[in-house]
Design a protein around this ligand. Sequence first.
Ligand SMILES: Nc1ncnc2c1ncn2[C@@H]1O[C@H](COP(=O)(O)OP(=O)(O)OP(=O)(O)O)[C@@H](O)[C@H]1O
Length: 258
Amino acid sequence: MVEKIMLDVSNVNFNYKFENHNVLDKCNLELKKGEVGCILGQNGVGKSTLLKCITGLLNYDGNVKVANKEISQINPKERSKLITYSAQEFSINFNYSVFEILLMGRNPYVNFFNGPTAEDEELVYKTLNKLQIEHLANKSFLSLSGGQKRLVMIARALIQDSKVMIFDEPTSFLDFKNQVLILDVIKKISKEYEKTILFSLHDPNLTHFSDKIFTMKNGTIVNSGGQDLLNKDTFMDIYGLSTDILQYNNKKIVIPNI
Ligand SMILES: Nc1ncnc2c1ncn2[C@@H]1O[C@H](COP(=O)(O)OP(=O)(O)OP(=O)(O)O)[C@@H](O)[C@H]1O
């Protein structure tokens, strides 16, 4: 059986207005249905910019296809069924409860005249349970800590239930246990529901929650692969950092050598 490419990014270039250099320079990557990918790269290399282009939030040059459809050509409602984006920052200023914010994740599916269904509400409760944040349901979103807000926004992306899910640094603000919990949920969801998921990451020791690693340098993807990419050359190349690589139970552990 030929495995289906769900996310196909080819030759994507982008620069911000008034910047005189390309922030993104011929970026290419692809992920199959049910595959999880992560992007590693220095601060400022262009990870967030690439994720925003992939989601259609920035006007890129090149091609981004989700399920064979060019993302810039699809209307916003249809696009949100195909792709979800969970940003690094949250711009919610109204005093909604966590439950209300999560239910809004069902907006792309809601019939204007009938509103959310009992199944939509059920999905919200199930997701709260999966992420172990049921106790936050009735709290005001604005009263939450940075890490709790992160968990809620990830829950919302899962509730939106699109084919491709994009998370910009899903582990930022989270404590050690919640970093692992989130990545474990992301991986299980991708396998259980055949979702394609791409996220940016700073800790190479959390890359084993992904099937594919992409490394980024000078605004472009320079390499892709599995755990084999976790080697001394990779970290010297993308960070200029000397490392030691240990093997533990089939997993590679990266240790900075300073
Ligand atoms: N709105 C903007 N206007 C102009 N330049 C920007 C804007 N946003 C980002 N940049 C620049 O684009 C480059 C890439 O930024 P980006 O946020 O994509 O990097 P990143 O790899 O996600 O970084 P980090 O790991 O620190 O989050 C940086 O040089 C940054 O200063």
